[in-house]
Write a protein that binds this ligand. Sequence first.
Ligand code: ADP
Length: 168
Amino acid sequence: ARKVKPGVFLPHLVAAMEGVEETYVMIKPDGVQRGLIGEIISRFEKKGFLLKGLKLFQCPKELAEEHYKDLKDKSFYPKLIDYITSGPVVCMAWEGDGVVASARKLIGATNPLQAEPGTIRGDLAVQTGRNVVHGSDSPDNGHREVALWFKEGELCHWLPAQALWLKE
Ligand code: ADP
């Protein structure tokens, strides 16, 4: 259950946040190496989504393989596993109404050259194989990936002070 100070927050807002959509966003090793962590986190933070999990993490090969198991028959799969495990990544769990599709919009198209300006990949990357960030592609995968990358004790179920100013 969400830990909120009784009497301070409107109960209907807390209730409305139970079972809300979540997505897994990850700054890939190129984003970390290029010093883009703050820039990328900032875009989701400013949008108004709720950060419920955050860590810098060296991804083991087995986890990268599990995460990308649907792509294992692709020619680029071995390179993709090498890339994701080549250095630390930043793992994030974000929560909010429509957060999965909205995060994908903020991230932009898989190929950064086709990603719109204003998107993370459109503004900050040039190659599909170095596209700086990941975002879950469906609500089901959002839940699956948050559970895959985070232990329950690493997630915070909280209500930010700005919540009352984000939703009527
Ligand atoms: P997205 O990350 O936009 O959901 P996909 O699920 O299709 O895209 O692919 C997962 C990741 O695999 C991409 O973000 C990219 O890092 C890598 N990838 C996809 N296609 C290619 C490719 N043709 N060459 C190299 N890497 C690729």
